[in-house]
Design a protein around this ligand. Structure first.
Ligand code: HPA
Length: 273
């Protein structure tokens, strides 16, 4: 089945459940899904029930869409996302986002948990993503027959400059420290070696993680406005003389979640849409 037909099938399933269509799509990373609880008069739809959606399986990812109002805006929260390290294709990873855009969402606020490469970053800090390096070796817009799904899509302003300004203003207002930096996305599921982290630092990366870049490429191709926020859940491999543990990501997410939520709520209240 063609991509457009699959998108329409999912839209046709979801639309009758909604009284309003969303303007803003929020993708919440590991341990950051709590914002969905603040949504008024919400409608929850499980990924499993939507045609062509794959279930999300990573720890801390529930796997449902939550539609409703947040800070006066019509939003949809993707609670749970697909990762390449679970064996999902790049096209499957971005499919939910393509559906949400077809439903009306023109803005994407995307969050993740990541390792801090920049030594000025502390655990629990938040970094506004100003640009990215796609080191997954994957691309969401490649078709299996060898043709690309879109024209050569521009990525110069992938992280919408006006939304970066809004995020920095919102951070000032709610007194959240917000770093700026470049996110490097790779496939995982192992964490990086210290040598890889040193190399990525030379490339100009400030944080590293296993998500976000594929979704942002797809969102750029759809000309969505994008704001990316990375929660620093740990210092990247080799910065401290200790091993990295998956459970530390969840612990740090709990600490940073409140600040991340405040920041997003303030951005929405200030008129991001
Ligand atoms: N590396 C890759 N992905 C991550 C990390 C990390 O250090 N922390 C959280 N996600």
């Amino acid at each position: 089945m063609e991509l457009n037909e699959r998108i329409l099938a999912a839209v046709d399933y979801i639309k009758p459940h909604l009284s309003n269509t969303p303007d803003v799509a929020l993708v919440l990373g590991s341990g950051l899904g709590g914002l969905a609880q603040s949504i008024n008069e919400h409608t929850a739809i499980y990924y499993n029930d939507i045609p062509h959606f794959k279930a999300a399986g990573a720890p801390g990812h529930t796997g449902r869409l939550i539609f409703g109002e947040l800070s006066g805006k019509q939003v949809v929260v993707m609670q749970g996302r697909l990762h390449a390290y679970e064996g999902h294709s790049a096209a499957d990873i971005v499919f939910p986002l393509q559906v949400l855009n077809a439903l009306g969402a023109t803005t994407l606020i995307i969050t993740n948990a990541s390792g801090g490469i920049n030594e000025a970053f502390d655990v629990g800090d938040i970094m506004l993503i100003t640009d990215h390096i796609n080191f997954t070796g994957m691309h969401p817009l490649t078709l299996s027959d060898g043709t690309a799904a879109t024209d050569f899509c521009d990525m110069t302003y992938a992280y919408t400059p006006a939304l970066q300004t809004r995020a920095l203003e919102a951070a000032g207002k709610c007194e959240v420290k917000l770093h700026r930096g470049v996110y490097l996305g790779l496939r995982g599921p192992s964490f990086e070696t210290p040598a890889e982290i040193r190399a990525f630092r030379v490339w100009g990366a400030d944080a590293v993680g296993m998500s976000t870049v594929l979704e942002v490429i797809a969102a750029s191709a759809l000309r969505m406005n994008v704001c990316g926020l990375a929660m620093i859940s740990n210092k990247a491999a080799g910065i401290l003389d200790e091993p990295l543990l998956g459970e530390d990501v969840m612990k740090a997410a709990k600490i940073a979640a409140v600040q991340m939520e405040q920041l997003i709520l303030t951005m929405l209240a200030d008129g991001v849409q």
